[in-house]
Unconditional design. Structure first.
Length: 134
C-alpha cells in the first residue's frame, strides 16, 4: 500500500497508538522521537503494535475470513514504520546539511589563513603601497 493511501486510511479512521503517556494520534507520531530512554518513542509504539498483532495468534492461510482487528493493527504498524522511515530520512538529510556547512566553514577558514599568510609574506614596501591605495 502506498504511503499516501496508508496515511489517508490512518487519518480517516482516526487511528490512535498506545504509548507510555497514553494514546497518541497519527499526527502526534511525527513529533515523537525515534528512540528515548523513557519509553516514549516511535520504536516503543512500533513494538507495542507489533506485540498486539502477535497476540492475535497465527493467521490462517486456509480460512480467508476478514479479521478487522488484524487488518487495523497491520495498517497501524505500516503507518508507524512509514513515520520511522520518514524521520530517519529527515535525520540523514539534516546530517548531510550539517556536514556541508562544517566543510564550508573549514574551507573558508583555510582561505582566510592562506590570505593572511600571503599578506605576511609581503615586504614592508608592498604593504605600505597597498595601504596608500586604500
Amino acid at each position: 500500500m502506498s504511503e499516501k493511501n496508508i496515511l489517508l486510511i490512518a487519518l480517516a479512521s482516526s487511528f490512535t497508538y498506545p504509548t507510555v503517556r497514553g494514546y497518541v494520534t497519527t499526527e502526534d507520531l511525527f513529533s515523537m522521537p525515534l528512540t528515548a530512554q523513557n519509553g516514549f518513542s516511535l520504536d516503543t509504539v512500533a513494538k507495542t503494535v507489533n506485540n498486539e498483532l502477535k497476540a492475535l495468534g497465527e493467521e490462517s492461510f486456509v480460512e480467508q475470513g476478514d479479521n478487522k482487528q488484524r487488518n487495523m493493527l497491520n495498517d497501524k504498524l505500516e503507518v508507524v514504520k512509514f513515520v520511522i522511515d520518514y524521520k530517519q530520512e529527515a535525520n540523514k538529510a539534516a546530517a548531510a546539511i550539517r556536514e556541508r556547512r562544517a566543510k564550508r566553514a573549514k574551507l573558508l577558514e583555510a582561505l582566510e589563513n592562506r590570505e593572511n599568510a600571503d599578506l605576511a609574506q609581503m615586504s614592508k614596501e608592498e604593504i605600505l603601497k597597498q595601504l596608500e591605495e586604500i
